[in-house]
Write a protein that binds this ligand. Structure first.
Ligand code: HEC
Length: 313
């Protein structure tokens, strides 16, 4: 018993001294482990190549183009009437409140709307009379709507028409009985700060993408026109106008460009003369153009004009 133990120990030491023999004894286990790893690897191949962190997809398209806007004419408001809550204003305010504010401030103005539940600070509870940043007077509420309180997530509603803002303010002020009154001075200051008595007109606006398309279309038709005119310029002959033209024109391409432009369509004979004289080369004419007498110019103008009519006809 004792002997065999010692023998085992000796064998073990012997093994350590002979790595090749050691491998002989262990290679089976190494093989099994490698096989196991191999099977595991193949099994999970699809998952292993996946990114742990989802790649961020950066959009390369412009999503916030200008909105299509009708020209608007926001009428001036009279502060002394609009600052009084009428049933009409309150009714309008109620609808606007539901659509714009209730998601955060709650249907009853308690600051408990679903969208506001994760906000910090919480959307204002309108029935509380403490902790207001701008305040509860009409003039102060107007400031809040105009500027928002951006650092805490209260949006600005400065795109709403003035009357809509007052409707909202009057409606918000129904959530408690103790909203403070504005003095005449407060209202006058509000009036002058936001120029309420002036009203505002804004012009129509179209998205940049649409504008680009329109310009492209316009240019396409203009290029086509220009090509047609060039063809005609090359063809026309044996009129006095044509003789003058051949004398002073050095680049028919440029002249065709001028004829297809709005400039030529909208200005009268002497205005066009002035325009060409100011820089003849730009319009395809030699500097000799400046020396044309009025008869020559008449003939040339009639010729060019007839040409553009021909193209149209
Ligand atoms: C996205 C959520 C959200 C929406 C939508 C929202 N609010 Fe707020 N509002 C807030 C938060 C948050 C505060 C609190 C700001 C603070 O205390 O810093 C707040 C505060 C206010 C205050 C208090 C300002 C003060 O002086 O302390 C008023 C008034 C107000 N909102 C009115 C409105 C009205 C009216 C609408 C709709 C036209 C609206 N809010 C829509 C989140 C919102």
């Amino acid at each position: 018993m004792q002997n065999s133990k010692i023998k085992e120990e000796l064998d073990f030491k012997d093994l350590l001294k002979n790595p090749i023999r050691l491998f002989g004894y262990t290679y089976f286990y190494v093989f099994v482990i490698l096989l196991g790893l191999g099977i595991y690897y193949v099994h999970n191949l699809t998952d292993m190549t996946k990114n742990k962190v989802m790649p961020t997809i950066i959009s390369t398209t412009i999503e916030n183009d200008l909105p299509m806007m009708q020209p608007s004419n926001i009428p001036p408001v009279d502060i002394s009437t609009i600052s009084v809550p009428t049933p009409e204003l309150l009714e309008k305010g109620k609808i606007l409140y539901k659509n714009n504010c209730a998601s955060c401030h709650g249907d009853e103005g308690k600051g408990d709307g679903a969208a506001g539940s994760v906000m910090n600070p919480k959307p204002k509870n309108f029935s509380e009379n403490t902790g207001w940043i701008n305040g509860r007077k009409i003039s102060e509420l107007y400031k809040t709507l105009d500027e928002g309180i951006l650092k805490s997530g209260m949006p600005s509603y400065n795109y709403l028409p003035v009357e809509d803002r007052f409707s909202l303010i009057h409606y918000v002020r129904t959530f408690a009985q103790d909203f403070p009154k504005d003095s005449d001075f407060d209202l006058q200051l509000l009036n002058s700060t936001y120029k309420l008595a002036e009203g505002k007109t804004t012009s129509a606006q179209i998205p940049v993408k649409v504008a680009e398309r329109i310009v492209l279309e316009e240019n396409k038709t203009r290029l086509k026109e220009s090509a047609q005119l060039l063809e005609l310029l090359n063809k026309m002959s044996t009129t006095t106008g044509n003789e003058v033209f051949e004398r002073v024109c050095v680049d028919k391409n440029l002249t065709a460009g001028l004829l297809s432009s709005n400039l030529f369509k909208q200005k009268n004979k002497s205005e066009i003369f002035q325009i060409i004289v100011s820089s003849p080369l730009n319009y395809g004419f030699s500097p000799k153009f400046i020396l044309l007498n009025s008869n020559d110019w008449d003939a040339l103008y009639n010729y060019l004009n007839k040409l553009t009519e021909q193209k149209n006809g």
